[in-house]
Design a protein around this ligand. Structure first.
Ligand code: CTP
Ligand code: MN
Ligand code: MN
Ligand code: MN
Length: 363
């Protein structure tokens, strides 16, 4: 059921939720170039224009083979003239625009600063405008105040800037599961985010907790955090209590965070064997996210937290524009009727879409 590049008449959908996008990217040269352009725009606060490049890259990621000739892009959706130009240039070596960005002092500095946990584009820009270029310069600038999150971000930078492996994610799952079951024996833990989409590495590990009794979702996270603290494996925690209101309709805003109880953590993960001889440290700091939705909304939360961000954005857009329904991380509404879902298949069926497996959602 893959759409062939060589058969332009069988159109590729402009919606990521109607494409199967595995991690097997045959157009990495082009998508890397497009994503540098997108990132450069995002780092300068131009989220709107960056989306065009993100969408173009996403379409190419879904193709079953590498693009060979420029004209093959003619029949593809979401490829504007700027994206087409980049593809054309990337074909014969590298694009001068991409090279220019990669060498740009502002881009490089903004990318460095925003790689710190808790530092967003605004803070990164503020530091850049003060003339700061390196972590050392930031450190020796006493007027630059750090919040708690940024302090942790710098403290554990070396560890948390390294990718988290699937093996490390599995080891963390055992730790999280043990704590969750200790607090509530009927609760279960699932890996979500990039690892659920089949990625081998991630920037963090995302877990979703399922509690079968109503109301338990609100007490489980504080209890799990308390247990991690008593085990001395918690390096940072930011607990965001639920502000979820069952009567609230889904939002139209794509980037709004969901209202479920969640926490953003930095945890100590003990190494299997070798010690970090220099520091005498036998653990690695790892970023972990936990979310605990109420049972009747679990499937929507699972879908939302599985991502990818672009896949979910298009799924919501498709629901609204093609089906007149409202979808977000909490629910799917048809007019004012909530559509229950026990499985993700139910949600795709509600939307009249073919089911797309988690590992095909790497849009
Ligand atoms: N997400 C969300 N609401 C939040 C936080 C995250 O809906 N408050 C979603 C994101 O949109 C994404 C998923 O949860 O679809 C996982 O987020 P993240 O960990 O940032 O990205 P991953 O896809 O897991 O990528 P990585 O491997 O880099 O962690
Ligand atoms: Mn393939
Ligand atoms: Mn993740
Ligand atoms: Mn995450």
């Amino acid at each position: 059921h893959y759409i062939q590049v060589t058969k332009p008449e069988s159109a590729v959908s402009p919606y990521a939720c109607q494409r199967r996008t595995t991690l097997d990217n045959h157009n990495k040269i082009f998508t890397d170039a497009l994503e540098v352009l997108a990132e450069n725009l995002e780092l300068s606060g131009n989220q709107g224009p960056s989306l065009a490049f993100r969408k173009a890259a996403s379409v190419l990621k879904s193709l079953p083979a590498a693009l060979r000739r420029q004209e093959e892009t003619q029949h593809l959706p979401c490829l504007g003239e700027h994206s087409r130009a980049i593809i054309e240039i990337s074909e014969c070596g590298s694009s001068s625009r991409v090279e220019e960005i990669l060498n740009d002092e502002r881009y490089r500095t903004m990318k460095l600063f925003s790689s710190v946990f808790g530092v967003g584009p605004k803070t990164a820009e503020n530091w850049f405008c003060r003339g700061l270029r390196t972590f050392a310069e930031r450190m020796s600038e006493p007027s630059v105040r750090l919040n708690r999150m940024q302090t942790a971000g710098f403290l554990f930078y070396e560890d948390i800037s390294k990718p988290v492996s699937r093996t490390e994610a599995s080891a963390l799952k055992i730790i999280v599961e043990e704590a969750v079951i200790c607090v509530n024996p009927s609760a279960t833990v699932s890996i979500t985010g990039g690892f659920r989409r089949g990625k081998e590495f991630g920037h963090d590990v995302d877990f979703i907790i399922k509690t079968p009794e109503a109301g338990q979702e609100d007490v489980i996270l504080p209890a799990v955090i308390k247990r991690f603290k008593s085990q001395n494996i918690l390096l940072y925690s930011d607990l965001q209590e639920s502000t979820f209101d069952l009567r609230k309709l889904p939002t139209h805003c794509f980037d709004a965070m969901d209202h479920f109880g969640k926490c953003f953590l930095i945890m100590k993960l003990k190494h299997e064997q070798e010690m970090d001889a220099r520091a005498g440290k036998d653990w690695k700091a790892v970023r972990v996210d936990l979310v605990a939705p109420p049972l009747e909304r679990f499937t929507y939360a699972l879908l939302g937290w599985t991502g990818s961000t672009l896949f979910l954005r298009d799924l919501r857009r498709f629901a609204r524009l093609e089906r007149g329904k409202l979808l977000d991380n909490h629910a799917l509404y048809d007019k004012n009727t909530f559509l229950p879902a026990n499985t993700e298949e139910d949600i795709f069926a509600h939307l009249g879409l073919e089911y797309i497996e988690p590992w095909q959602r790497n849009a």
